[in-house]
Design a protein around this ligand. Structure first.
Ligand code: PMT
Length: 423
């Protein structure tokens, strides 16, 4: 049984949240309802109180609410925060860190996984501002239940209707890892509650995004990495209870909330930051697209154009993974090293060769020639390659691919702990 907070915001679908609470209770979970002021205009708090058999939280300012800083107490105690329906307004608050009522403060204060079921008019849902907020939250590891299509309360027909309560409950149950079918399929990237994760308390270092190599003060060499893959891994490791340091190149996508975020620009900066942190790490995952070459002599002033061609001389950047692979503590298998191999042909064969050459434990072969995988898309398809086993992870969200990668990392940690050390 898990303790779950159900956030209810001000949309016509608020009445369906009653069914969500009941559905979660039927699965054996304990539910507390948190209503925004707007939600109380659609459904009375007494309805939720009767269903959940708990006081409903409707305001941060009710007397008694601050004696034990209620939103922090609930934030610490819950295994999951479900928000159904979630309006565009509340999505925007979550994405931008605005904490002006109980629910938005709870979102910021909790480390529990978050599931959002949006509901709004179809034009609002399609608006770039809302889509950007959704992307920001997804990059932080927040999961979504897709809104349905049909008649909307505003009279329109389109996408934006709150998903069916049964679908919201099923998604919540999947996230809690209490669905037997999903648990059995955990190698395919399903998520569990993180309670039993061997990553709990371990230090995980993740790199993400591109590096930019300056040609002069206004120009650089870069690549199309958005940071999403590394961010998803950092968010998932945090959800599993790890202490996460995220070292990221410049990205437009917001990084997830983790213990520490270090921003770097060039491959050389990333090399220094990673080597400094890796000493304390139990696991290092290099998802960043690190430049292999950098201008040998970046110009101090903007390079003026001439009529003739321009020749740039490039030199090799330090290979961060290969340097980690040579670390003396590798004899103990710590830190466990996971690399990626972004390839446009024969990805698996090239990745196998890279894993051996760089002396690392696992490599994630990423065929970036596919339109639905690799750089700057929300989905990925990879093969996770170790010394003993290769596992295909078919195309799915980067969040689920991240879960599959960390499932494999966990298995490796467990199998090493079970293998007696050699004399
Ligand atoms: O950020 P997204 O838009 O979500 O895209 C995700 C991704 C495509 C960037 C990601 O899935 C991925 O494949 N990352 C690795 C990209 C890469 O640099 O691959 P590579 O084959 O060139 O490098 C192999 C490994 O060595 C990588 O783990 C890389 O981080 C590391 N490396 C590379 C160069 C270098 N100088 N030092 C390194 O440590």
């Amino acid at each position: 049984m898990a303790f779950i907070a159900v956030g209810v915001t001000g949309g016509i679908g608020a009445y369906k949240a009653v069914e969500v609470c009941r559905g979660l209770q039927k699965q054996g979970h304990d539910v507390v309802a948190v209503m925004t002021r707007a939600a109380t205009r659609f459904v009375g708090p007494v309805t939720f109180e009767a269903i959940t058999r708990r006081p409903v939280i409707t305001s941060q300012w009710k007397p008694g609410m601050n004696a034990d800083i209620e939103h922090i107490a609930i934030a610490d105690g819950i295994a999951l925060l479900v928000v159904a329906p979630c309006t565009a307004n509340v999505l925007g608050k979550f994405a931008n860190g605005i904490a002006d009522d109980f629910l938005s403060s709870l979102y910021l204060a909790t480390r529990a996984p978050v599931l959002i079921a949006p509901a709004m008019n179809s034009n609002m849902l399609a608006h770039p501002a809302v889509q950007r907020n959704v992307e920001t939250l997804q990059a932080r590891g927040v999961q979504f239940v897709e809104p349905g299509e049909g008649y909307l309360a505003c009279g329109w027909i389109g996408r934006g209707r709150l998903a069916e309560p049964a679908d919201v409950v099923a998604a919540a149950v999947r996230m809690l890892g209490t669905d037997a079918g999903i648990n059995a399929a955990s190698d395919a990237g399903a998520v569990d509650s993180g309670q039993g994760s061997v990553l709990r308390g371990r230090r995980v270092l993740v790199t993400a995004g591109p590096t930019l190599e300056d040609i002069d003060p206004v120009r650089f060499l870069g690549n199309r990495s958005s940071g999403r893959m590394g961010f998803a891994i950092a968010a998932e490791a945090t959800r599993r209870g790890a202490k996460v340091t995220l070292i990221a190149g410049p990205t437009r996508v917001e990084p997830p909330v983790v213990d520490e975020v270090v921003r770097v620009r060039s491959a050389r900066d990333m090399h220094a930051a990673v080597l400094q942190s890796a000493i304390r790490a139990d696991v290092v995952v290099m998802a960043a697209a690190v430049a292999d070459y950098t201008p040998a002599a970046p110009a101090g002033e903007k390079v003026a154009k001439t009529d003739g061609p321009l020749t740039l001389r490039l030199e090799r950047t330090p290979d961060i993974l290969a340097d980690l692979g040579k670390m003396t503590s590798r004899a103990t298998g710590v830190p466990l090293l996971v690399g990626f191999a972004a390839e446009t042909g024969n990805a698996t064969a090239k990745a196998r060769e890279k894993r051996t050459r760089k002396g690392i434990d696992l490599i994630v072969a990423n065929d970036v020639s596919r339109a639905d995988a690799g750089f700057d898309v929300p989905t990925n398809a990879v093969t996770i390659i170790g010394s003993d086993e290769e596992q295909d992870v078919p195309v799915q969200s980067k969040e689920r691919v991240a879960a599959a990668i960390l499932d494999r990392v966990e298995r490796l940690i467990r199998s090493r702990a079970a293998t007696p050390a050699r004399a």
